[in-house]
Unconditional design. Structure first.
Lengths: 212, 212
DNA sequence: ACTGAATTGATATTATTTTAACAAAAGTTC
DNA sequence: GAACTTTTGTTAAAATAATATCAATTCAGT
């Protein structure tokens, strides 16, 4: 997948939403769609959609539009959803278990191998079809299975140290729920820092703004 | 709080992160900070920070920097965290309960009044200090207490209808976890659509991108 | 009080992102 | 199969956002 110019971050962040909408359209039985129709559905401009898709080489057809199957295939490939990535989850507390029980990792391109927790009471239990192992086994597990990314649902104060260890052991990406902003881009390890509170604060602001 | 020009969405979305970092600095006992030091800490440019803050009228002091207490106060006010907003949660299934048990609503400016669920078995139970009521009581509760926002943790297929009802009854903002993208801006009701999967797909892409 | 260092707020510049415009290509209809 | 419509991919323009610059102001040290 060669690129003339580095694709901007803004475009990358729109890709999951495109993918989601295309999946929905497929589920609805739609076989093709024009940039205009998709724009209307998603609340964007047709221009933006065409330009976004063209960052990766045009996969539409003039006078016809975009074929849903092809679009889904291409977007999935760009997102790397077909790469068979694997993940482990570190910290099976409330938050970790909530993810295990509720979140469909496979829909985002990951197979969740197993979870780890320091609490011996959790050892051997399973949540959402994922079993919990002792943290002691973590290094050997990583060495043996080489998971791509780690989901961090540990207490915040441990985040920097654990993150560093994981990266040293070969983890190549972090989905970080600890509240601590981690930046390991310098090490070539992408991190997605999740802050639900940011979203709610934004909503708080927007609600206040509607009063003016 | 008057604004010469409408503040851009990009700035608004940075505010929660600023607020978070300022809170951390306060907790660390820091009393003042320069735009340069804050920029270094947050991985931004000093210019951007000064310009962002100046959208709301300068609250720094030349030659001194920004006073942490004042900054926290101002950012909190802009975000509306001091407005005493109230929230209700609709749908006390797995996801709803995970939020009730784990998420600190008050840190984002909301007092969570109670939760609602159609399942009679949940009626009267409490999670994270929040009790569950019957969905039948929802209209009268909203009329009586006039909560500002609703947290949607119901099944996706019900989202559009329920959202519409809530708005009709006076709800002024939605924190939407249903997976369905809701757009009620036309009705003057802001919505934050939360899609955890987007974040994980982005990570998947970034991990793939590091291989090239 | 005076000098020098530090820092903001404002303005100017640059870069990025979004939108618009349109020729070229494909589909559709008669 | 010819005329017309639709729609993309591409290029150009406009709008937006980020960065750099610098005068004005404040602080700190002497």
């Amino acid at each position: 997948m060669e690129r003339k110019q580095e694709v901007s971050k803004a475009v990358i962040q729109r890709l999951p939403r495109y993918y989601r909408n295309i999946c929905e359209l497929k589920a609805e039985g739609v076989q093709r769609i024009s940039s205009r129709a998709l724009a209307e559905r998603m609340g964007l401009t047709a221009s933006q959609i065409r330009q976004d898709f063209n960052c990766f080489g045009g996969f539409g057809q003039q006078g016809y539009g975009y074929n849903i199957d092809k679009l889904m295939e291409e977007l999935g490939a760009i997102l790397g959803l077909r790469a068979g990535r694997t993940a482990i989850l570190i910290g099976a507390g409330n938050l970790g278990r909530a993810l295990l029980n509720n979140f469909d990792f496979s829909a985002s391109g990951f197979k969740l191998l197993c979870a780890f927790d320091a609490n011996p009471e959790l050892k051997g239990k399973a949540f959402g079809g994922c079993s919990v192992r002792s943290s002691d086994d973590l290094p050997s597990f990583i060495a043996a299975h080489q998971p791509d990314v780690a989901v961090l649902t540990i207490p915040r104060k441990n985040a920097p140290d654990i993150a560093r260890e994981l990266v040293d052991q070969g983890i190549r990406g972090l989905w970080n729920f600890t509240g601590e902003d981690l930046h390991l881009g310098g090490l070539g390890v992408p991190v997605e820092n999740v802050h639900l509170s940011d979203s709610l604060m934004t909503l708080c602001h927007l609600v206040s703004a509607t009063e003016e």
